[in-house]
Design a protein. Structure first.
Length: 548
């Protein structure tokens, strides 16, 4: 990598260049236009209601700008996405389609930026393949349809790659300033960016150490720009340290040792599908991703139908392999040490390098027809998997809200256990009609206070909570419990709360049973009638003179 990140400097790195028939070029052009139309449509075509994290994001972003730091101190996230969403909502409103369109726009911008960056770093063939894979990628499409920060993260990572390459070629002040801004933006968008930036910094340090003194100027300036972005994060550092100590991820279990490999598989599904039995297209896509990734790391074309592989990573794939697996490795190790949770969406910081590895794998086939055929199968399977986004139910809140709206009376008490089920449901309920509380804190559920959440769960007594809830409802109102029997980190207390409420009720009606595998955020809904105690009548007075 003497000149750039891609190390595209000869046929020995890129494979043989075979002539491409005119009919094949025409067919590829038509296929790309069709894929682009479908991919863009899928990025804006989801009508599912917002689930927990999305509803929380919107509720936080709707606060006055001055209140965002305090709300995020309890939530555990950095502020940039929420600031952008706050501004977006002020213009376009807070409907599900409006708030998700910000992520969709970021995803479309990522495609455009990636096409330029990939072409400069790896040449036309790899750029075409990588862009096609990115357009169809189910992971990218899914997070383009979520009101969360992950589509923004992918855009920032793509910009980071382009700016690091520019700064190594021409370390001009404007380029270095842009790199400082993008590094700061990544840190203020998602904390897993720390692991990606650590991987980039280590690579730059290694490059400086291995380079002659006369060639160190550009990588040194690039590393200083990376550090400058880190300095910009210092004002938020106290909040970050507080969040790290008190919020964390109390809703899950620490990751298994296999998590780095699991994450590669999860990149092929949406998060609602990873708890289901993999479908045929999911299995094909996993096999295709793993095969293309391995080829991208170790293989180059030696002829029209042959490839050569070694035990060493090919020069053009070394940095992307390091950024992908180094980032995932650092993040997974930190999670194991801290006992926190890892989910596929956290690894969005490593997804763009993975896409490049997949494209390099497809480019290892020398014959243009074979290259295109494999790419069409992989992109087509990706779009098939991404189509599931339209049908996968992210939350059962719409069914819960429908039952409550039509059957609950004004003033009834609605309890959410855990409180995490509340934000997505409250969006769909008539405002002010019900009194709503959440377990374990017996507080409001518009936003979730994640500070020392495990301690709050441990201290919460379902029996006392049930007594307080029935007292709040009084003798004239019913209690409705929207709950999940298998909620992570609740240790079965929602089921205990359901039993305690039943013991204090004169009648129990189950409106919605538990359907764990139909929804990413499943809920059960149970109604409890007040326990009516009839007073014992006084004995009627007997006839005069009779003995009582």
């Amino acid at each position: 990598m003497d000149e750039s990140l891609g190390a595209v400097s000869g046929a020995e790195l890129s494979g043989p260049s075979l002539p491409v028939p005119r009919w094949l070029r025409f067919g590829v052009g038509i296929a790309l236009l069709l894929e682009l139309a479908i991919g863009l449509g899928l990025r804006f075509g989801v009508s599912q209601p917002l689930w927990l994290d999305e509803a929380l994001s919107v509720n936080i972003a709707k606060l006055p700008m001055s209140q965002l730091p305090g709300a995020l101190r309890q939530d555990g996230a950095p502020p940039l996405y929420y600031v952008l969403l706050h501004l977006w909502i002020s213009v376009f409103g807070s409907s599900a389609s409006a708030v998700r369109s910000l992520s969709g726009l970021c995803s479309v911008a990522t495609i455009a930026v990636a096409a330029v960056v990939f072409r400069r770093l790896w040449g036309n063939r790899v750029a075409l393949l990588a862009t096609a894979l990115l357009v169809a990628a189910p992971f990218a499409i899914y997070y383009a349809t979520e009101a969360r920060m992950y589509a923004l993260v992918m855009l920032e990572v793509t910009l980071l790659l382009g700016l690091v390459d520019l700064s190594l070629r021409r370390p001009r002040p404007l380029v270095l300033l842009g790199l400082v801004v993008v590094v700061a933006a990544l840190l203020y968008t998602h904390y897993w960016s720390i692991y990606l930036l650590a991987a980039v910094g280590l690579w730059l340090g290694f490059r400086i150490w291995r380079s002659p003194r006369s060639e160190r100027r550009a990588p040194v300036r690039t590393l200083l720009a990376l550090a400058g972005g880190g300095v910009c994060f210092l004002p938020w550092l106290p909040t970050f340290l507080y969040q790290a100590a008190h919020t964390g991820t109390p809703w899950g279990e620490p990751p298994p040792l296999s998590i780095p490999v699991d994450l590669i598989g999860w990149f092929t599904w949406n998060q609602a599908a990873i708890y289901q039995v993999p479908s045929l297209h999911a299995k094909v896509l996993i096999a295709g991703y793993l095969g293309a990734m391995v080829l991208g790391l170790v293989a180059v074309a030696t002829g029209s139908l042959t490839v050569a592989g070694t035990w060493l990573v090919q020069p053009r794939a070394r940095l992307m392999g390091w950024l992908c697996f180094g980032t995932i490795g650092f993040g997974s190790a930190a999670a194991l040490l801290a006992g926190s949770v890892v989910t596929a969406r956290y690894a969005a910081v490593a997804f763009i390098p993975l896409i490049v590895l997949l494209a390099l794998g497809l480019d290892s086939f020398g014959a243009p027809l074979l290259k295109v055929a494999v790419a069409v199968v992989l992109a087509g399977t990706s779009l098939w998997a991404a189509w599931d986004n339209r049908a996968t139910a992210r939350t059962e809140s719409v069914l819960v809200a429908k039952v409550l709206t039509h059957h609950a009376s004004a003033g009834d008490v609605v309890v959410f256990c855990p409180d995490q089920l509340g934000p997505s449901t409250l969006r769909l309920l008539p405002p002010g009609r019900f009194r709503t509380i959440g377990f374990p804190r017996f507080g409001p559920v518009v936003r979730i206070n994640w500070v020392d959440y495990e301690v709050a769960v441990h201290r919460a007594d379902p029996t006392k909570f049930a007594l307080a809830t029935m007292a709040l409802a009084g003798p004239t109102h019913h209690v409705w419990l929207a709950w999940s029997p298998h909620a992570w980190g609740l240790h079965g207390k929602c089921g205990q709360l359901e039993g305690a409420l039943a013991a204090q009720s004169s009648a129990v009606v189950t409106w919605l049973p538990v359907l764990d595998h139909r929804f990413f955020q499943p809920m059960a809904l149970t109604e409890f009638s007040p326990l009516v105690v009839h007073p014992v009548p006084s004995p009627a007075p007997g006839p005069a003179g009779a003995l009582g």
